[in-house]
Design a protein around this ligand. Structure first.
Ligand SMILES: Nc1ncnc2c1ncn2[C@@H]1O[C@H](COP(=O)(O)OP(=O)(O)OP(=O)(O)O)[C@@H](O)[C@H]1O
Ligand SMILES: [Mg+2]
Length: 325
């Protein structure tokens, strides 16, 4: 199934972390793909493996993290490349934006310097050309007075502007793939809406494939054509965002949806009982069974496979027929 529109293909992605005392299985064989111009939502509660998925793809995980499986960018295997080859791709054909811009912007250089580096490194431009491109990139993300802001240090800018600079840096080389890990969580609501608009605009202009990681199902329903629901390092459900929201088949998706505030309905907000287990003791059987209102003895014993519902909709639950009733 090698579709020429497929930008990112992740197959059976596994991540293990070696600690002093144990080997933790963080991701257990995650598979998905993202097509050109498509935004895929990756959702799930804190600790379910969203950031680890992103870091594994970007090869930014720490040394004690073992990544296996297949990750392909436009058909090229990323895990088989040496770091030198990979660095020519990262920040160029694929890039990432983080929750907190200060983690990826260097505080000791001006934003212009950091943007210019991208153009000099990946496009071989000289200083003057790179500076002109940097100003253009800031203008593209609606930074006011880009000719002035280009000489600012990150700390001289507001959180919203820093986030725009990070987006400008990530998109500078018109990447085929952008991974956004909670890109707007730290921003206030108005700025958040502006940043999301901007990402959509750039996606539509450049055809960038986006993986959008978030807790916020409201944002997912606006932004993402397809969504995967992660829990304890496994995909619980995957499908079009519309299918997932209108007819969730996994009790976990149903629970996440019930905890989404609807207009005028704040009083009846439900949360999923219990907490995400630690990677040290994931339940055997279905990982969600201890918190699941539908669980039976079978769920506690055996891990459900992914059932294919057609239309790209898959669900990892023995009881999906009950959920859909
Ligand atoms: N360096 C590490 N050492 C041990 N465990 C780790 C390490 N980094 C992450 N983990 C574990 O890996 C799991 C997945 O973490 P990850 O950061 O991917 O979660 P997340 O879904 O991004 O959560 P959040 O929504 O809070 O950002 C968690 O159980 C976490 O405790
Ligand atoms: Mg995270």
């Amino acid at each position: 199934m090698n579709d020429e529109n497929t930008v990112l293909r992740v197959e059976d992605l596994r991540v293990q972390i070696e600690t002093d005392t144990a080997t933790l299985d963080i991701l257990h064989g995650v598979s998905f793909d993202i097509k050109r111009g498509e935004t895929l939502g990756i959702v799930g509660e804190s600790g379910c493996g969203k950031s680890m998925t992103a870091l594994a793809i970007m090869r930014l995980a720490q040394k004690n993290v073992k990544v296996s499986g297949k990750i392909e960018l436009c058909g090229e295997s990323l895990l088989d490349m040496d770091m030198k080859q990979f660095r020519a791709i990262r920040g160029n054909r694929m890039s990432m934006i983080f929750q907190e811009p200060m983690t990826s912007l260097n505080p000791v250089f001006t934003v212009g310097h950091q943007l210019m580096e991208v153009f000099r490194l990946h496009q071989g431009l000289n200083k003057k050309e790179a500076r002109a491109k940097a100003i253009e990139a800031l203008r593209m993300v609606n930074v006011p007075m880009p000719e002035k802001r280009v000489d600012c240090y990150p700390f001289e800018l507001s959180g919203g502007l820093r986030q725009r600079v990070m987006i400008a840096t990530a998109l500078a080389c018109r990447p085929e793939l952008l991974i956004a890990d909670e890109p707007t969580t730290a921003l206030d609501v108005t700025i958040q809406a502006q940043v999301l608009d901007l990402m959509c605009k750039l996606r539509d202009e450049l055809g960038t494939a986006i993986a959008f990681i978030t807790h916020d199902l409201g944002v997912v329903s606006e932004l993402c054509t397809r969504t995967i629901v992660l829990y304890c390092g496994d995909i619980m459900e995957q499908g079009t965002t519309e299918d997932l929201f209108t007819k969730p088949l996994h009790p976990y998706t149903e629970g996440l949806k019930a905890s989404l505030p609807e207009r005028g309905d704040r009083g009846r907000l439900q949360t999923i009982p219990g907490a995400v287990p630690s990677a040290l003791d994931f339940p055997k059987g279905c990982v969600f069974a201890p918190r699941c209102p539908y669980a039976t003895e079978r769920c506690a014993q055996a891990k459900p496979p992914l059932y294919d519902m057609g239309n790209g909709h898959t669900v990892r639950c023995f009881r999906y027929e009950e959920v859909s009733k």
